[in-house]
Write a protein that binds this ligand. Structure first.
Ligand code: ATP
Ligand code: MG
Length: 147
């Protein structure tokens, strides 16, 4: 149950969000049941939402949406944070890759989160897409094929 996993992640990360006065908002557009490894999908959501919080300014908003559509099920994590430059966006799923801004922020990440996300997404025959505008925000969209 993807909807439930999203709520669990929101709960787990609520304190981290509160520390930056970030509003975590979840939206459920249909009920999505996946044939999947629950713990791994939870790890995917955790990584994406933690990133959204880490790379967003105080007081901003992070939206996590679950959408059931005819062509598949979608998990969307959208932030209004620092964004990713076009020349970097192709590399963020590489192991240990962090954009300079993230490194200089000294936020202590390893650069493994998105590599793990990509690996798990591939294992589930899903796809992940990233849309980002520097200084405006980033949206990650995972599409799970309908069974
Ligand atoms: P960790 O392994 O602890 O997650 P990390 O967050 O640096 O470390 P990834 O999650 O793999 O590593 O992300 C890779 C890089 O992509 C980040 O360092 C950051 O530069 C960029 N990035 C990821 N998510 C976002 C986002 N939502 N907004 C802006 N930049 C992002
Ligand atoms: Mg990360």
């Amino acid at each position: 149950q993807l909807n439930q996993l999203v709520e669990e992640v929101c709960l787990v990360l609520s304190q981290k969000a509160e520390q930056k006065s970030i509003h975590l908002e979840s939206r459920h557009d249909g009920e999505v049941v996946l044939q999947a490894d629950m713990n791994r999908i939870k790890q995917v959501i955790l990584n994406l939402v933690a990133n959204a919080i880490n790379y967003s300014p105080e007081g901003s908003q992070v939206e996590i949406a679950v959408e059931k559509r005819p062509d598949g099920s979608y998990l969307i994590v959208k932030d209004n944070g620092i964004g990713i430059a076009p020349k970097e966006v192709g590399r963020i799923f590489e192991r240990f890759y962090r954009v300079d801004k993230a490194r200089s922020r000294n936020s202590g990440g390893t650069g493994l989160g998105l590599a793990i996300v990509k690996h798990i997404v591939d294992l589930h025959h899903a796809t992940i897409q990233v849309d980002s505008v520097e200084g405006e925000g980033t949206t990650f969209t995972i599409k799970f094929p309908s069974a």
